[in-house]
Design a protein around this ligand. Sequence first.
Ligand SMILES: Cc1ncc(C[n+]2csc(CCOP(=O)(O)OP(=O)(O)O)c2C)c(N)n1
Length: 363
Amino acid sequence: MKCEWALRRGDSPELFRVLGTPDASNVPHADVADDSHALMMYRQMVALRVLDERALVYHRHGRIGTWAISWGHEAIHVGVMAALRDTDWAFPSYRENKLCLLRGMSPEAILAGCRGQPEGFWNPHEWRVGSICIPVASHVPHAAGFAWGEKLQGRDTVAAVFFGDGATSEGEFHEGANFAAVTRAPVLLVCTNNQWAISTPVSRQTRAMYLADKAVGYGIPSVRVDGNDVLAVYEATRQGAERARDGGGPVFIECVIYRAQAHAFPDDPSAYRDDVEAEKARREECLGQMEAYLRARGLLSDEQAAQYRSEALASVAAGIVKAEALPTADPELIFQHVLEEQTPAMRSDMERLRAVRTRYGSP
Ligand SMILES: Cc1ncc(C[n+]2csc(CCOP(=O)(O)OP(=O)(O)O)c2C)c(N)n1
């Protein structure tokens, strides 16, 4: 199954799919992933879904801070990571703070990060996952520069950078994409088009017909993929990575979904979004599609599905207990390890924090 890499779009808007129809009743032969590989991807999607569901509860308990919801984004996170080699790198935005889980990091570390504890801030070299970037699109140049550097040093590493539809309206997306194209850096520009940048719909972000069209101006081949179809995301990434590794330069992969949940906890989408649309998206979400596919092929039983869920639940439950047992972080940490030397503004902010703590007590 080949996806069509177009340098000129507009006339081929169809989404690349492997699973077939959204309810997966039309199941094609999987020439993409073997059975155990497909099951592994499903199991990873369950682990991410459970982490996300539990994070909502922990947030409401006040046990973690802001959490960027990934409900419905699992096929993109798992499909991309499963197609990379362990030596390849991923550059996440705030919504991909759980990518390290797919490389073997514990839920404890991810949850500790959401509690402001230093144990949650991983060493990028350990997991080959860059630090989370909160400023939208600011990590696209990081990925482009990193991949170019790897190429210059004769390594065949590929970098996948994750960002949303809103990020394609930011200058740093354009600088990073252009730089990657010119240097033929082995970068996969993975755009999650969930159709919302918080409360701003794509129609109010751009006049481009498709986000994939934005790659055209930079000479970057692109593909539009059904982001609810983990096998399609996997296959597009695999082909894009192979191309990039062979010196073909960057590709742009637009994964199309609909953000059926809130932007983050706390956010109330009912203020700006039609819930009928969201309800439809919830029925078509990726985990259900993969589950239907595996069941239709006789690869997944009720017992197996229940076991994957309960092992994920146990792991996340243990993770929050361990994270809560870690020492509370010193708030002054936010001023350290940012720049080699503190700027005058950082020093004065730190002094103000110290004054507040002296007056009202720690932390
Ligand atoms: C440079 C910058 N501007 C504004 C913000 C505030 N902000 C946080 S998330 C967000 C929306 C981003 O939407 P999108 O790129 O589509 O990603 P999604 O959250 O949907 O995954 C905005 C505007 C920010 N973090 N960084």
